[in-house]
Design a binder for this molecule. Sequence first.
Ligand code: COA
Length: 158
Amino acid sequence: MNVLAIYPGSFDPITNGHIDIVKRALRVFDKIIILVAVNPGKKYLFSVEERVQMIKDSLKEYPQVSVDSTSGLTVHYAQKVGANAMIRGLRAATDFEYEFQMNNANVFIDKQIESIFFMAKHEFMFISSSTIKEMVAGGIDVSKLVPAPVYTMLKEHQ
Ligand code: COA
């Protein structure tokens, strides 16, 4: 049986912390669709197309991973592609409350779709897409924190 999961997020941009979650999740799931979705509370630096392309370029050696986007609900996307698992990463206790609330909302919409949480490795605990963008704006070298295609795009946006 092919077990499919979606990994939704903003990915503005994808970081090595996200990549680590994807690689570990591939030990559990046969196929993963990374889904660029919209958090209405956020303003994004990169367009959806740019975020999708950066993820594709960063994970091109993983044929089990594909990338897509949606402007709708992640649960509706999961239903459409027949995925019954949704991957999320947890970095610290502060992530928990937000994830708990979002999970409850998603379960209300469709209780057949399970969210599965992966704990971030300690070396990635402090990384977020915002931190990366702030560091770049402050002239810090983030090449060890993001995949090479993202590093190139960040430099182009400076
Ligand atoms: N490594 C590095 N960073 C990580 C991380 C990890 N392992 N795990 C989380 N993060 C960071 C992200 O970089 C991001 O940082 P930022 O806030 O600086 O951008 C932050 O944690 C959380 O981002 P993300 O996981 O992408 O969540 P989000 O809140 O931006 O978006 C959606 C979540 C898009 C999946 C959610 O809003 C959604 O599902 N939207 C569609 C509508 C919907 O279905 N809503 C739910 C039911 S109503």
